[in-house]
Design a protein around this ligand. Structure first.
Ligand SMILES: [Mg+2]
Length: 304
């Protein structure tokens, strides 16, 4: 009876999955990791790729804006590097000590009898380290990370299945330059491309699959067997929120009190989850049995 009442009262969709971004979503921006990461990326561009310091800001902005991550942009315009090496450089020296165990968030998460999955553009070493520092390592069913969406490493060409934007022009160039030690890779002049619009200049595609590409989000949903209509997506990035909304997810912007386009909710902090979405706890009392009865598995290289 109580069950029926609840059903009559609520017109909200029933959520059976919570999909969480990691950085600046499960911990605050003020921890300083994002700022340190940005600096490390700039250092990497200068030290490993020989990019002029005077171009760093403009180039970094264009790559981030057009490709989702600086890394994806660097690969698109023709730079070749080892993904693991890049990740260990930009994440290796982050001030992880600033992240403290978060028992409040842990209790919130563990009290929710709903699937919880991480979806981050970062690599698995970073994701695991962050979750460990926050004391949340056992709160999630799986992690979709860089390696999940980009299983082919080291610039190796692949005939990966389906319709992902995979291995465009830049990668072909890389494949050639790899075998040609003396020749510098041909780099697409993205600053020039935007400074002097030229119809014959086509922005190259990136071989890297990452948010906010809708294809990347759809791929993640497929891998984790997630129905977007029944899922809440928590993100600090406005453009990821918009992309998530476009693929049908219900969206919660984290870190801001004002909603942006595509955001169904906005929370200053993930800690406000219970106040903002009490129905997550109410609605799922009835589904608890079903959830526990059927063991759900998410394919992930991290928890495997
Ligand atoms: Mg984030």
């Amino acid at each position: 009876m109580e069950y029926e009442n609840r059903y009559l009262h609520t017109q909200r969709p029933k959520f059976d999955c919570l999909l969480f971004d990691l950085d600046d979503t499960l911990y605050p921006l003020s921890s300083g990791l994002a700022a340190a990461c940005g600096q490390n990326i700039k250092d990497y561009m200068v030290e490993h790729l020989g990019i002029e310091k005077s171009k760093l800001i403009e180039l970094g902005d264009l790559l981030y804006k057009n490709y989702g991550t600086t890394m994806a942009g660097l690969r698109a315009i023709g730079y070749d590097f080892d993904y693991d090496e890049y990740h260990s450089y930009v994440h290796g020296r982050l001030p992880y000590e600033n992240l403290k165990p978060d028992p409040v968030l842990r209790n919130l998460l563990l009290s929710l009898p709903i699937r919880k999955v991480i979806f981050t553009n970062a690599d698995k070493v970073h994701a695991l380290k962050v979750l460990n520092k926050l004391g949340l390592e056992d709160c999630f069913e799986g992690i979709i990370c860089f390696e999940t969406l980009n299983p082919i490493h080291k610039s190796t060409a692949s005939d990966d299945e389906d319709d992902m934007e995979f291995l465009g022009r830049a990668s072909e160039i890389n494949a050639t330059t790899k075998t040609n030690d003396n020749k510098a890779p041909e780099i697409f002049d993205i600053i020039g491309h935007f400074a002097q619009p030229n119809p014959s200049s086509v922005l190259p595609k990136t071989p890297i699959v990452c948010k906010p590409s809708e294809a990347a989000i759809e791929r993640a949903l497929k891998i984790a067997n997630i129905d977007p209509q029944r899922t809440l997506f928590f993100e600090d990035s406005a453009r990821n929120i918009l992309a998530g909304k476009r693929v049908g997810l219900h969206t919660v912007l984290i870190g801001k009190s004002q909603r942006v386009k595509g955001a169904d909710y906005a929370l200053e902090s993930i800690h406000n989850l219970r106040e903002a979405l009490p129905e997550l706890w109410e609605a799922d009392i009835k589904s608890e049995v079903g959830y526990n009865a059927g063991k759900v598995t998410v394919e992930t290289p991290v928890t495997a």
